[in-house]
Ligand binder design. Structure first.
Ligand SMILES: C[S@@+](CC[C@H](N)C(=O)[O-])C[C@H]1O[C@@H](n2cnc3c(N)ncnc32)[C@H](O)[C@@H]1O
Length: 233
């Protein structure tokens, strides 16, 4: 687990409130495909510092469960939202083992799944935990964008990438898995979920004022991919 999400959890929280990549590209793009959440029972997987929990609560979510591998992140969402949510620390790679079958209307997982090597255990368990007609909506790095970091040069081979990110104002090492779009979509469809929406995101106009150069870049190159799927009734 990168120190970005443990030692630097507080700094990460400050950084993502109003930055270009999270606040003005990722969040509006995923929120656009999540849709209406009013009164839904929701799991926020890889909840981080609770920026999505805050959004979901403001939109009238029903029962909200926040899960993250990092105990620092879990402590933070507990501090912020208290008894309004249930929160606990767990590695998502083993699935949603503490959650009851057919108990969630919606599972979201913003920017988390690229930290998992194998996706099939999690996706299969998500299909178990979703109610019939329930949805799973997530974002992850766009496979084209990540291919630029490939050392193998083989797009179709899953690859562990190590990078230094400046998100919190100093370089922190982060490791994540790069995989093909084929592998990602097959992991979903093999679990029985049906893909209902795919988006490659849209950078907010506000970014023009923050950095003309970044706005130009993100308007022309995909950085994240956003997928919504459903458990059919
Ligand atoms: C990029 S942050 C995104 C946080 C939040 N979803 C957001 O959009 O602000 C990724 C989060 O995934 C969590 N994470 C990483 N690996 C995980 C795993 N194996 N199981 C559960 N959470 C994990 C990290 O601790 C971190 O909080």
């Amino acid at each position: 687990m990168s120190k970005m999400y443990t030692t630097f959890a507080e700094q990460y929280d400050s950084a993502v409130q109003d930055n270009i990549y999270n606040a003005h590209l990722e969040r509006p793009s995923l929120q656009a495909i999540i849709g209406d959440v009013n009164a839904l029972d929701i799991i926020d997987l890889g909840c981080g510092t609770g920026v999505y929990a805050e959004y979901l609560i403001s939109k009238g979510a029903g029962k909200l469960t926040c899960i993250d591998y990092s105990q620092d992140m879990v402590n933070m969402v507990q501090r912020k939202f208290g008894e309004r949510i249930t929160a606990y620390a767990q590695d998502a790679s083993i699935g949603l083992v503490k959650e009851e079958s057919e108990s969630a209307d919606l599972i979201i997982s913003p920017l988390m799944i690229h930290y998992l090597d194998d996706l099939s255990t999690l996706f299969t368990d998500m299909a178990r935990v979703l109610k019939k007609g329930g949805s799973f909506a997530f974002s992850t790095h766009h496979p084209f964008a990540d291919f630029e970091c490939s050392l193998s040069g083989n797009y179709f081979e899953r690859e562990l990438i190590t990078e230094m990110w400046d998100t919190v104002g100093e370089p922190i090492e982060v490791q994540f898995f790069r995989r093909s779009l084929t592998e990602l979509v097959q992991a979903l469809t093999n679990s029985g979920l049906v893909v209902t929406a795919i988006s490659e995101g849209k950078v907010s106009e506000k970014v023009k004022e923050m950095s003309e150069e970044r706005y130009e870049y993100l308007s022309k190159k995909p950085n994240f991919i956003f997928i919504k799927c459903q458990k059919l009734g």
